[in-house]
Design a binder for this molecule. Structure first.
Ligand code: DGT
Ligand code: CA
Ligand code: CA
Ligand code: ZN
Length: 579
């Protein structure tokens, strides 16, 4: 976590705790301040060093919050937070990680049943005590039980968006060590899985000890879990980082082995055996005919191992990109020389789903357009929330406001550094209807329609209905899942993708690391059915444009090529698709 994240997290914890205690409104002020601090490019510790007034330069941070921030930067906490923790001694983060359990619920269940942590909550639900608390019922109790199971399953795995920066910091560290001859991320992080069990780093070196010693001295290592021989593990930002050091000559074979997936490696090994070759973390060996007289095992001449390309080449295969190594047919495709030419990071030219201060974003249309230009995009679509099912707290715009916004975009258009499509993120209701008037949908350049409510059960028909609406261009975050929070709706992806292909409606890969929706296997199905895919960030602030890489690598996990992706096209071709 950066310092800004740490401070924001403390303010959010405080907001949760006062909300749990029944304090109205004030918690929102804290949440807004937390969000601004998290998004601010200024280092909060630097500002705090100059005193509370300097901290107030950040949007939404007033006098009282600025003082708490200074105290938090100096001491790691602040007085009122400590008091709130003492008054309500519950594991608030753990409890609110359960879908459907918010701070209010935590407060109520603490008062009524002395629920303090996840175990208490689970016991209370299993014993049927929650249904008797005023305001709760049997259905809520059942939902809480399901939510607990989901929260527990996801415990211990980190979001890709949190793990990637830690892995990259480790990589940068090893790149600066003279004894490290080569280094790469491996494991699920190199395959860009949506969640990461641990971070694997591989270093090639002739001086293992020097590399391990340096690693245990790494500034970002908060705890040394183990160290010795050819491996070490430390904890950084709460995440386990596994290091393995191999001799440079075995770097390629070790990288291939430790990238996984295990399933890919097993299939590759079996493929090799049929060809009298043996694959392991030390290389590819030709074992045709050679038998060790003592052990009876076949040992052979080493034919590859220095590079990963050399490994696949020795097996007669083209290089298989890490994102594809999930045993989803990639070895057959390689054998048939039928591997896709995967989309690359630089090929995405615009972002078609983002928010401004008109709804729940924090920045103006101009600011988002300028930031997009700086990021390297040619176009954006402003897709603020419409009112309707799933929109709480007056976030969404009604049709009149959307018309005003469209007029403003038309007005600004010529002075903006990128093409700006006037759009909306409309809601798909439980029957598939769209929460904006048809004539307005028709007038807008781009309509993103997304599910935000009733996110359970099968929603295939509902999405197909939305896809068939003549004005809908993109289905945003199709399943509505939130990783670690809720599974989202069930979908027959093939049916959804077929409808999308037939109706020229794009399916989104939402690049927000909490969503990654659609995900790899679903993207693969969508692409096979001929659907067009849009990779969007759903940015609410400029730094979130950077998340597009998570979408790109998710697309690669789905075997997508540049032609499959709507926003690899130029602005004119996108406009034509939107028509
Ligand atoms: P994770 O950490 O749970 O997100 O997933 P991975 O894929 O990073 O798994 P991890 O860290 O346990 O191991 C890294 C890689 O090492 C894994 O992708 C493949 C390889 N590996 C580990 N254990 C085995 C094994 O028992 N058999 C084979 N063939 N490969 C293994
Ligand atoms: Ca791993
Ligand atoms: Ca590992
Ligand atoms: Zn949305």
């Amino acid at each position: 976590m950066t310092r800004n994240d740490e401070i924001a997290t403390l303010l959010e914890e405080y907001a949760d705790r006062i909300e749990a205690q029944g304090v109205e409104y004030k918690h929102r002020t804290y949440r807004r301040a937390a969000e601004s601090i998290r998004d601010s490019p200024e280092d909060i510790a630097d500002l705090a060093g100059d005193g509370p007034e300097a901290v107030q330069a950040i949007q939404d941070v007033g006098e009282s919050i600025s003082e708490k921030v200074v105290e938090a930067v100096e001491t790691g906490t602040f007085e009122q937070l400590d008091e709130a923790r003492a008054e309500l001694p519950v594991e608030i983060a753990e409890l609110t990680s359960v879908e459907g359990v918010g701070p209010k619920t935590v407060g109520d269940l603490y008062e009524a049943l002395d629920v303090r942590d996840l175990d208490d909550l689970e016991n209370a639900a299993r014993e049927g005590r929650i249904r008797d608390v005023s305001g709760f019922g049997e259905k809520t109790e059942q939902n809480i039980l399901e939510g607990i199971e989901f929260a527990r399953q996801s415990q211990g795995r980190e979001l890709l968006g949190n793990a990637r920066p830690v892995g990259e910091a480790a990589l940068e560290f090893f790149e600066a060590i003279p004894e490290a001859n080569r280094c790469e991320l491996a494991g699920s992080l190199r395959r860009w899985k949506p969640t990461i069990g641990d971070i694997d780093v591989l270093v090639g070196s002739d001086d293992r000890q020097a590399v391990i010693d340096a690693f245990t001295d790494w500034d970002e290592a908060d705890e040394i879990i183990e160290a010795g021989g050819d491996k070490a593990a430390v904890r950084s930002e709460g995440q386990r980082v596994d290091l393995r050091v191999v001799v440079p000559d075995e770097f390629g074979s070790a990288l291939q082995y430790f990238t996984g997936s295990k399933e890919h490696n097993i299939r590759l090994r079996n493929y090799a055996i049929e060809r009298d070759l043996k694959v392991n973390e030390y290389g590819v060996f030709d074992v045709s005919g050679v038998e060790d007289p003592d052990s009876g095992q076949r040992v052979g001449e080493r034919v590859a191992g220095k590079t990963e390309e050399g490994m696949y080449d020795a097996l007669g295969l083209p290089f298989i990109e890490p994102e594809m190594r999930e045993d989803r047919g990639e070895i057959d495709a390689a054998v048939n020389d039928d591997l896709p030419d995967l989309l690359a990071e630089g090929e995405v030219r615009g972002d078609l789903h983002l928010h401004t201060e008109w709804s729940d974003g924090e920045y103006t249309i101009e600011q988002m357009a300028e930031a997009a230009d700086e990021f390297g995009h040619d176009y954006i679509c402003v897709s603020d929330h419409a009112t309707g099912p799933g929109m709480v707290g007056g976030v969404g715009l009604d049709d009149e406001e959307l018309r005003e916004q469209m007029a403003e975009i038309r007005d600004l258009e010529d002075d903006l550094p990128v093409t700006v499509f006037a759009g909306v993120e409309a809601n798909i209701d439980k029957d598939g209807a769209i929460s904006v008037g048809d004539d307005l949908l028709e007038a807008l350049d781009c309509v993103v329609a997304s599910p935000h409510s009733a996110l359970e059960g099968d929603a295939t028909d509902r999405l197909v209905t939305a896809i068939e609406h003549p004005s809908v261009d993109i289905i945003g975050h199709p399943s509505g899942r939130m990783i670690h929070q809720r599974p989202g709706v069930e979908l027959d992806i093939d049916a959804v993708a077929r409808a999308a292909a037939e109706n020229d409606t794009a399916l989104e890969i939402n690049s927000n690391p909490h969503r990654l929706d659609l995900w790899g296997s679903a993207v693969k199905q969508a692409v096979e059915e001929g659907a067009t895919v849009a990779i969007d960030t759903d940015a609410h602030s400029p730094p979130e444009y950077e998340n597009v890489r998570y979408g790109v690598h998710t697309a690669r996990r789905g075997w997508a090529q540049a032609d499959d992706i709507l926003n690899t096209r130029d602005a004119e071709d996108v406009r034509e698709f939107l028509h």
